[in-house]
Write a protein of this length. Structure first.
Length: 181
């Protein structure tokens, strides 16, 4: 076994890549860790690729990842927009080692005061391909991370196809990580 080969110590619910379907991998199954990004693990099992959430890292012998955000709210109690962007930069497509912001997948992020109190964050994003089954899982990961920002009471992450994504939308940092420049 290599340092990236692991045996599951307990059953764990995983997200299949690229379909986005939920499955259970059972204790005793052998997996290989391909990448660790944004607090999630992309692993290869006998039947394909899967994403394991950080809260289940103990199943592969890793430290459980607990997301906390060390950010203050603005003077009016609104969430700090930089903190929201920082959280979005912790979201990854499990097949690409660049976060969704640097990939150019996030088109907009708006913060609005809610009538019932608190603030709502609306994010419009796209995917690299319309057929990506991981879209709902990526959007849910983004929503979960945004909700951790102090001052955020609600979040909505919407997938849009307008405009269509293309490689020119990738940031310089993202292009460097992907070896495009």
């Amino acid at each position: 076994m290599t340092s990236k080969d692991r045996i599951l110590t307990r059953d764990v619910v995983v997200t299949q890549i690229p379909s986005g379907d939920k499955h259970t991998l059972f204790a005793g199954a052998k997996v290989f860790i391909h990448q660790v990004l944004g607090g999630t693990y992309t692993v290869q099992g006998d039947t394909g690729l899967y994403r394991i959430d950080g809260k289940d890292a103990d199943a592969i012998g890793e430290q459980i990842v607990t997301d906390t955000v060390q950010a203050a709210t603005l003077a009016d109690g609104a969430p700090d927009p930089e903190a929201v962007w920082d959280q979005l930069k912790k979201v990854y497509d499990p097949e690409i080692p660049v976060n969704i912001v640097d990939l150019g997948l996030v088109y907009s992020m708006d913060i609005a005061k809610r009538d019932e109190g608190g603030y709502k964050v609306d994010v419009a994003m796209t995917l690299t391909a319309p057929g990506c089954g991981m879209g709902p899982a990526i959007a849910e990961d983004a929503k979960t991370k945004v909700l951790l920002v102090p001052g955020v009471a609600a979040a909505d992450v919407r997938i849009t196809w307008e405009p269509a994504w293309n490689q020119s939308m990738i940031s310089e940092e993202g292009k460097m990580k992907l070896g495009l420049i």
